[in-house]
Design a protein around this ligand. Structure first.
Ligand code: PGD
Length: 779
């Protein structure tokens, strides 16, 4: 990967984009070559996964049907994930699937189809796989059981609307990186702001600015304070001080910081009076008047693993300075994940900095690339998904619960809801065997349905559990438009390669299936892919024209390859306006103010999420049989599980196995040396990984990033060993609380030991066994 002059597309290269960066690509001597966007100051190396991935053996070349499903027909089957596959021709497989879709629709209706299809798929906005599935099901079925929220921010996206107002306002229209570089004195980053996370943005990103902004802020004298168990969660450029607390104790630390501020009279009483509601109720809890326990530094010290003096000193250091509090998505992907999201805003309110340039609270700043930037002044092209008239949904991370417990009641956001009885699951553009927790439980859940359909470009474990596997094109094999709402570049994603084998675009597959459901015209609106791109582009062009700006035709945009978009001013968004006049510009909360105490949440009567932020001790804590915290975080060398077989991802592994990191003292106590293969295990499962020793990992913690493809040593077993290093065989499938039911995959507890047995081979990227289907003529 070489860096190019600004905005140039090298001779013979075609423009394209990915969630991890805008780039261009060409074939040179039979090999795909990629170059990052010339205007990108800090390109993301993940684009280097493409060259090896594009023609890799892990790609799916033909439609495949699971033998058991083909021979015995639809129905619950624990052979999923264990069976072999039968190759079929496109027409035959679409006939078969069309008939099954009609059977389920006629017999069970839209409420028996789960079409949530969560997943990031690829950057292009037209071939966005989730939108394609939803659109198809909305026309073919009139709807489907959907999923709400995300694995990224399941807890935050539910609590923020109750307590601070709009989730988008909190994350996307708030403090920017430019403001930090210019104004901030202290960035107090709970969970850090790891560049591997901010270098990714759904829809694409043309300029990775975070490293440079931290460098500028630091050079001006800004202090970065990293609270968390991994030193690598802020880059070297930030020159951060590392406050290594015990995982999932941040709420206790925030309470103690706030307690010191109040006890010392350093809190901003005028701000709290004018801009918040419920502070007096919370203050009684904080100071111990409500329950007899002051949440002071002495109380927090043993919980957090920090000294009481250090906590007090930290609080005093914050008072009176331009402080920005941030909380990584990771913190709320854990038991009671709502609490640090809420409490961090209360701490920022006590400091009185909310709404000032570079100050206050910016939840998830640094956790993903579209936060901390200016928004575009024109709308992005987006595909309409149609209308889901069925209306039922689950919180996204409750999928296994739903499949295993049809008819069971559960609580979500103040409601009592009932799990539907799902017969057919349709997935495109996601990998539940990457994103979900307790994968052995997920296998049992997928064994319950009649039919599991998956569109995939490669043989992920999800594809290996499907009944019908339809080969999808990779982004480089089709045309699209790349953009996100906070990146100033619209990208004409040109086709760079022919489809692999018989792979087809998700759109074309759904168009042909719609034919079998009698909904083709509604689904396609009579447009080819190129016509759709021109159609979707028109909304952006019209808005440019209405603002009197140059508005090139689609053909001109396509020919140029890129187009710069105008952006809105960096004006602090609704937070600045609220600070300036809270009556004229109230927050969209019930009170119009920051809710330190929420009557709405208190009214839900959930012990797992009371009416103000509180310290709720987690259940999953280190104990004899699982004495280490496992941090299962986002990977640096791929996006989630995507292209795990690409060169950049493979290069980060140790002899093919994923690499975990732990403190040398924890390793020595277990006779483990650098580079050894270890077994991580707990009551739910076990996996192998190689080990790297690092004093940048807090003692008592082991870190294993997500995204290594699940690779069971013996798929016939109920809880097989994953030989490759997928931590989701170990994580817990429980919701954050009864309020949000978010994913808690970031943290669990494990034991580890040196693996001394014969090393099992890694077969994650080998296609499953297959036979050719020879249709037999009817007698
Ligand atoms: P990806 O690996 O991006 O993971 O979960 P997600 O399911 O989004 O999956 C996308 C899949 O789409 C890939 O298999 C890719 O091959 C496929 N694909 C790409 N393009 C196309 C296309 O055009 N068509 C089709 N049909 N398929 C395509 C991510 C999720 O994981 C997220 S967002 C988070 S934040 C969570 N993070 C954690 C975590 O921190 N810790 C744990 N333990 N677990 C997590 N899971 C979550």
């Amino acid at each position: 990967m070489s860096k190019l002059p600004p905005a140039a597309i090298p001779e013979g290269f075609k423009p394209h984009s990915s969630h991890w960066g805008v780039f261009s690509a060409a074939w040179r001597d039979g090999k795909l070559t990629v170059a990052p966007h010339g205007g990108d100051p800090d390109p993301n190396g993940i684009i280097d996964n493409f060259p090896e991935a594009i023609r890799h053996k892990a790609r799916i070349a033909k439609p495949m049907v699971r033998r058991g499903w083909l021979e015995r027909g639809p129905g619950p089957d624990r052979r999923r994930g264990r069976d072999e596959y039968v190759e079929m021709e496109w027409d035959a497989v679409l006939d078969l699937l069309g008939a099954e879709l009609i059977r389920v629709r006629d017999k069970h209706g839209a409420g028996a189809v789960f079409g949530g299809s969560y997943g990031w798929s690829s950057a292009g906005r037209f071939h966005h796989a989730q939108s394609q599935v939803h659109r198809f099901l909305n026309f073919a079925y009139g709807g489907y059981v959907a999923s709400v929220n995300s694995y990224s921010s399941g807890a935050a996206s539910v609590i923020i609307p109750h307590t601070f107002g709009g989730y988008e306002d909190m994350t996307k229209h708030n403090v920017t990186w430019d403001q930090i570089a210019e104004h901030t004195d202290v960035v107090l980053a709970f969970g850090g702001m790891a560049l591997k996370n901010s270098m990714v943005a759904g829809g694409g990103i043309s300029q990775h600015v975070e490293r440079g902004a931290m460098q500028r802020a630091r050079a001006r004298g800004c202090d970065f304070l990293l609270v968390g168990p991994l030193r690598s969660d802020l880059p070297e450029e930030a020159g951060a001080e590392w406050i290594a607390n015990i995982p999932n104790t941040d709420t206790a630390l925030m309470l103690a910081l706030t307690h010191t501020l109040v006890a010392d009279g350093l809190h901003d009483r005028a701000f709290l009076d004018r801009y918040t509601v419920g502070w007096p109720v919370f203050e009684r809890y904080l100071m111990g008047e409500a329950d007899g326990q002051a949440k002071d530094a002495d109380w927090a010290a043993p919980i957090t693993g920090l000294s009481a003096d250090a906590i007090r000193a930290l609080a005093r250091r914050l008072a009176g300075r331009r402080v920005l509090v941030t909380v990584a998505h990771a913190l709320q992907r854990a038991e009671h994940g709502e609490q640090p999201v809420w409490m961090a805003g209360v701490l920022a309110a006590a400091l009185g900095q909310i709404g000032l340039p570079g100050g206050g609270y910016a939840y998830a700043l640094g956790a993903i690339g579209y936060y901390g930037r200016r928004s575009n002044a024109v709308p992005s092209p987006t595909l309409s998904q149609g209308r889901n008239r069925h209306g039922n949904y689950i919180p996204v991370a409750r999928i296994a619960d739903m499949l295993l417990n049809p008819g069971k009641e559960y609580r979500y956001n103040g409601q009592t809801r009932t799990y539907p009885d799902i017969r057919l699951v349709y997935w495109a553009g996601g990998n539940p065997f990457h994103h979900h927790q307790d994968l052995n439980r997920l296998r049992r859940a997928f064994a319950q349905v009649d039919t599991l359909v998956v569109h995939e470009l490669a043989w992920t474990a999800t594809a290996r559990h499907a009944d019908v596997v339809l080969p999808a094109t990779m982004t480089l094999e089709r045309e699209d438009i790349g953009c996100s709402s906070h990146d100033p570049l619209l990208v004409a994603m040109h086709r760079v390669a022919e489809p692999f084998g018989q792979a087809r675009d998700d759109y074309d597959i759904f168009a042909d299936l719609s034919e079998r459901m009698d909904t083709r015209d509604a689904f396609t609106e009579g447009r080819t892919t190129r016509e759709w791109l021109a159609h979707l582009y028109e909304r952006t062009r019209e808005s440019l024209a209405a603002q009197g700006l140059p508005a090139p035709s689609f053909e001109e945009f396509w020919e140029a390859g890129h187009m710069a978009l105008p952006q809105n001013p960096d004006d602090g968004g609704p937070w600045r306006a609220f600070r300036e006049d809270p009556v004229a510009n109230p927050l969209p909360t019930p009170s119009g103010r920051i809710e330190v105490f929420s009557e709405t949440i208190a009214g839900f009567n959930e012990p797992s999420c009371p009416g103000h932020p509180a310290w709720l001790p987690p259940e999953d804590v280190p104990r004899a049989e699982a004495p280490l915290h496992l941090v299962a975080n986002q990977p640096a060398t791929r996006l989630h599980s995507q292209l795990d077989f690409g060169g950049h991802s493979i290069a980060s592994k140790h002899r093919g196995r994923e690499v975990a990191a732990m403190h040398p003292d924890d390793a020595a106590a277990r006779g483990i040396g650098d580079g050894d293969v270890i077994r991580l295990f707990n009551a739910r499962g076990a996996c192998l990984a190689a080990i790297r020793l690092s004093d940048g990992v807090k003692q008592g913690v082991i870190q294993l990033q997500t995204g290594a493809w699940y690779d069971p040593a013996d798929p016939e077993e109920e809880t097989p060993l994953c030989v490759h290093g997928n931590p989701n065989v170990l994580t817990r499938d429980v919701g954050t609380s009864a309020l949000a039911q978010g994913c808690t995959g970031q943290l669990t507890t494990v034991e580890v030991e040196r693996f001394t047995g014969n090393l099992p081979p890694i077969r994650a990227f080998d296609p499953p066994g297959a036979a050719v289907h020879h249709p037999v003529a009817a007698e």
